[in-house]
Structures are given as structure tokens and as C-alpha cells.
Design a protein around this ligand. Structure first.
Ligand code: IPM
Ligand code: MN
Length: 356
């Protein structure tokens, strides 16, 4: 099969981790006889520096012409403490999501037996936790009307959702639940927010179409607590954009390192595969960042964008092997020798090739 992949490394550690995922993808393609063609494009702060635009038209075109996008991260400390900045790196990511119609963000949370003791939570709580957060990605407060009033002294962001947007994300979540343990938790704040009441109403109507899936409803504050007191409760958790952003950072602690959490953003056009960690500017260029989340995102790419399950499994197996062999970066090394980002990438790629 011919795979056309756009690489958008972005900022900070993005280029380093994406480069390792590309090594792993090359190894998989060599082993399974696929031809891969990469195109490279800018997004985020590096795109602002070069083009004055965080998601340039050229980048958009390259994404549209590709079968999948491998994305690193965006963000730059130059903008973080400047609330008056006119253009911001994050706008590049938001524009990409909106323009590619990426309304569903799938963030799987799983545990690796060899890393259980790296989790800040007790072993008996996290062991066996395995769920997917389905985060709505193109609506809500991120994209609702926002602005300032009263000479700039009052600010607002609007949390807007239409039935159409809620229905399509719930469909994704229900389909996923059917492939898993058939348990869907709809997370909202329906005791306070009108938009959440619409979510709950639509979910209740739709649940009748999925009698084989157990649907339950949970307020977001309660869900935040449940994620750390009983993460095994969850199978598929679906929620709106802002709640999903917050809950998935929280959930990422379960597996022991944020450097392990992969994600897929899918929707109307080309899908984007990216680690959930950010640009981690303190580590940029030091060859110390954990590339495993990006490699696991590449596994999701093979499975979701190309329907190539065995190839995805080969990537996952190699990642698991590197963890079990203790061949890991400093976030997971735990006193043992910490390997460099590029060494872990080489190790994983070699492992994929060896298994031929
Ligand atoms: C994420 C990130 C982004 C978000 C930022 C960088 C805009 O935190 O993908 O979770 O808030 O969606
Ligand atoms: Mn986030």
C-alpha cells in the first residue's frame, strides 16, 4: 500500500519526537512492504516565524493531499506570558482542527504492567485500567463567540453546542463502545449548564438506539474524582471540548507518564495523529523527551487511517518491549540509565525490523 503522510513537527520537542515516530513508521513499512511518502509542513510558532501565520494555507493543502497527518506539538514560551499577542502558536492547532473538521479526539488510557509503580496512584487502583476518552474537538468554548466588553475590562467565552455536533460525537463514542466493553459514560455539567442539558437530552434519546451499550451520565466534577479513585470504572468516556481537555491531562497520570499518551483526531477530512503532551520547551533540542506517545500515535494512524491492524500491533509491541527492557527516556528511567530520545527511536525501529 502507498501511504501519503504529512509530517507537522511543530514546536519545542515536536520535531524530535516526530522524527522517532518516522523511524518507526519506516521500519514498519519496510517490514510489511508498504511505500511511504512524506511531505513536511509548518504549524505553530515556527510557522508564525516563517509565514506570519500559525496554520499557513500551504500546510492546510499538504494535509488535504495526504492520507494522514503526524503532528508533534505547538507552543512557545515567547507567547505564554503575553496576553496581548495578536497571533499565537495554539491558533495553528485550533485552525487545523477546525479546517480539517476533526471533531473527534480519541485519547486512550492504558497501563503498562512494567510501569505500574510509576503511576502516582496506588497499584491496586490503576492496575488494569483501560479506557478511551472521546473528546469533542471543534465546538464549545474553544470556538464559541468570545470577546471583551466595557473597554476591555469584561471578557467572555461562549460554550455553544448544536444537536448536530453532539450527535456526531456521541455516534463515534457509541461505535467505539461497541468495539470494547459496551459501557459509555457521558460526562457533562447538566446541573448547571444549558449546553450540558442539551448534551444529556441528546444522549438519552440516542441511548435507545444502542440498547446493547450501558450508558451512564456523570457530572464532570464527579468524573474528575472517579478518574483517580476508580479509573477501572471507565470504558469509553465522552465529553465536550473543554472538559475533555482537562480530564485527559488528569487521566494521563494514570499510566505513569504523560509521555505515553497517544491520540487520534478524526472527522471530515484527513485525520491527525499526535501525542497529548505539549511542546515541553524546557526539553527542546536536548534529546531527552519521551518519543513513545508519538510512536503510539503512529500505531493509531496505521489502525485508524489505513486499517492496517498488524502494522499497528507491530508498533505497539515494540513500544511495550522497550518499556519492558527498561530502554526508556528519563521520565520513565527511575534511577536507571536514561536513554536519549533518538536512542529510543532507534531501538524501537530496530525491534520492529528484527521481528520480521
Ligand atoms: C491539547 C492541548 C491544546 C488544547 C492546546 C495546545 C491548544 O492542550 O491538545 O490538549 O487545549 O486543546
Ligand atoms: Mn490539553
Amino acid at each position: 500500500m502507498k501511504l501519503r503522510i504529512a509530517q507537522l513537527p511543530g514546536d519545542g520537542i515536536g520535531p524530535e519526537v516526530v522524527a522517532q515516530a518516522a523511524k518507526a513508521i519506516d521500519a514498519v513499512c519496510a517490514r510489511f512492504g508498504h511505500e511511504v511518502e512524506y511531505r513536511y509542513a509548518s504549524v505553530g510558532a515556527c510557522a508564525i516565524d516563517r509565514y506570519g501565520d500559525a496554520f499557513p494555507e500551504e500546510t492546510y493543502r499538504i494535509c488535504l493531499e495526504s492520507d494522514a497527518v503526524l503532528f508533534g506539538a505547538v507552543g512557545d514560551p515567547r507567547y505564554d506570558n503575553d496576553p496581548t499577542a495578536r497571533v499565537r502558536p495554539e491558533q495553528g492547532l485550533l485552525a487545523m482542527r477546525k479546517k480539517l473538521g476533526l471533531y473527534a479526539n480519541l485519547r486512550p488510557v492504558e497501563t503498562f504492567p512494567a510501569l505500574i509503580d510509576k503511576s502516582p496512584l496506588k497499584r491496586e487502583l490503576v492496575e488494569g485500567a483501560d479506557f478511551v476518552c472521546v473528546r469533542e474537538l471543534t465546538g464549545g468554548m474553544y470556538f464559541g463567540e468570545k470577546g471583551r466588553r466595557d473597554d476591555g475590562d469584561t471578557a467572555y467565552d461562549t460554550n455553544v453546542y448544536s444537536r448536530f455536533e453532539i450527535e456526531r460525537i456521541l455516534r463515534q463514542a457509541y461505535s467505539l463502545a461497541r468495539l470494547r466493553r459496551r459501557h459509555l459514560t457521558v460526562v457533562d455539567k447538566a446541573n448547571v449548564l444549558e449546553s450540558s442539558r442539551l448534551w444529556r437530552q441528546v444522549a438519552q434519546e440516542m441511548s435507545a438506539e444502542y440498547p446493547d451499550v450501558q450508558t451512564d451520565y456523570m457530572f464532570v466534577d464527579n468524573a474528575a474524582m472517579k478518574l483517580i479513585t476508580n479509573p477501572r470504572f471507565f470504558d469509553v468516556l465522552v465529553t465536550e471540548n473543554t472538559f475533555g481537555d482537562i480530564l485527559t491531562d488528569e487521566a494521563s497520570c494514570i499510566s505513569g507518564s504523560m509521555g505515553l499518551l497517544a491520540s487520534a483526531s478524526i472527522g471530515e477530512r484527513t485525520g491527525v495523529y499526535e501525542p497529548i503532551h505539549g511542546s515541553y520547551p524546557q526539553a527542546a533540542g536536548k534529546d531527552i523527551a519521551n518519543p513513545l506517545a508519538t510512536i503510539l500515535s503512529a500505531a493509531m494512524m496505521f489502525e485508524t487511517a489505513f486499517g492496517l491492524k498488524e502494522e499497528g500491533a507491530a508498533l505497539r509491541n515494540a513500544v511495550r518491549a522497550s518499556i519492558e527492557a527498561g530502554f526508556v527516556t528519563e521520565d520513565l528511567a527511575d534511577g536507571a540509565v536514561a536513554r536519549r530520545t533518538s536512542e529510543v527511536g532507534d531501538w524501537v525501529a530496530a525491534r520492529i525490523s528484527e521481528e520480521k
